[in-house]
Design a protein around this ligand. Structure first.
Ligand SMILES: NC(=O)c1ccc[n+]([C@@H]2O[C@H](COP(=O)([O-])OP(=O)(O)OC[C@H]3O[C@@H](n4cnc5c(N)ncnc54)[C@H](OP(=O)(O)O)[C@@H]3O)[C@@H](O)[C@H]2O)c1
Length: 293
């Protein structure tokens, strides 16, 4: 037997064993039945769709965002769809005290927590970086620090339930995209914080899963308004996106990619041909329309 075969056969065995033992459980909607879930940024977009899916699966929901009237409508719809319970708390995640308050509300209203879905984002601009350091700081507070504050406050309840943290991020948190510099910085920060925390959980045998969701362009109203006339790639549907995030969280996956093939291929290119990926990304914009904004 050649030396190459001596190496290849055990290696193939190892890969097969790893694949076999890490084979994933199938998702079943019953996994969420009766689970106590917080969804942030649930007054619109992907967060709203996640609330509806969870309601249909029979979860207890606590949703949050700033706009009271929209939250009331989402709660009413969740109850119609079959949520075990649905409540809301309104306020701004610019203030970490509010982030902590939401978790305390979950403790009082739900009596514990099984899944923390961190999804909200503060508004930013879609254009060349304007040099406004204050805006970067404010966005870090809303998009990053409030995620940290909610996680810290929720840890005792999540430890008790062996629960899950689901962090909604973006391709702009893995790869450099133009026109979203402050937003992109906040999403890279989430990857650093939560991927490191996942390692510490593993070392300390903390039974809390962390799922980081890497999304491409999704057809939410806000994303379409900000970028539809500039981004040349077609957006993916928010309803399906929301379901994929919930599935990934329930299955305790480390990362969710939506849509899978496009994101996975881009991440492979990032690692093997970063300049080529950067070039391809720059070709995905209509710069004439950007200048008209
Ligand atoms: N859509 C995309 O193309 C896309 C692509 C990649 C990643 N993502 C990620 O997916 C997630 C959801 O995006 P989306 O498109 O669904 O966004 P969206 O429709 O704009 O929803 C954002 C949510 O956050 C809330 N929010 C805004 N400012 C807030 C604040 N200061 N404090 C508390 N809540 C606040 C909004 O409600 P109020 O205004 O009522 O507060 C709303 O419920 C985000 O994490 C985003 O980065 C989206």
């Amino acid at each position: 037997m050649g030396r190459l075969q001596k190496i290849l056969i055990p290696f193939a065995g190892l890969v097969l064993a790893f694949w076999f033992y890490s084979a994933r459980e199938d998702f079943k909607p019953e996994m969420l039945k009766g689970k106590r879930v917080i969804v942030t940024g649930a007054s619109s977009g992907i967060g709203e769709q996640m609330a509806y899916h969870l309601a249909q699966m029979g979860s207890h929901l606590l949703i949050t965002a700033r706009t009271e009237a929209k939250l009331q409508k989402v709660v009413a719809r969740c109850l119609e769809l079959g949520a075990a319970s649905a409540q809301h708390v309104s306020g701004s995640m610019e203030d970490t005290a509010f982030a902590e308050h939401v978790v305390k509300e979950a403790e009082e209203l739900l009596g514990g927590l099984d899944m923390l879905i961190l999804n909200h984002i503060g508004s930013s601009y879609f254009h060349y970086f304007d040099g406004d350091v204050g805006h970067v700081r404010k966005l870090l507070e809303t998009n990053f620090l409030s995620y940290v504050a909610m996680t810290v406050s929720a840890l005792p309840m999540l430890k008790e339930s062996g629960g899950s943290i689901v962090v909604v991020s973006s391709m702009a948190g893995k790869v450099g995209f133009p026109f979203t510099v402050p937003y992109s910085a906040t999403k890279f920060a989430l990857d650093g914080f939560f991927s490191s925390l996942r390692q510490e959980f593993a070392l300390q045998n903390t039974n809390i899963s962390i799922t980081l969701c890497i999304l491409g362009f999704i057809n939410t109203d806000s994303a379409m308004k900000a970028a539809a006339d500039v981004v040349l790639i077609p957006p993916a549907p928010k309803e399906e996106c929301a379901l994929e995030i919930i599935k990934g969280g329930a299955l305790r996956q480390r990362e969710v990619y939506y849509k899978y093939a496009t994101i996975k291929f881009s991440l492979l290119l990032r690692d093997w041909a970063a300049d080529l990926l950067d070039y391809l990304i720059r070709r995905e914009y209509n710069l004439e329309n950007l200048e008209k904004k």
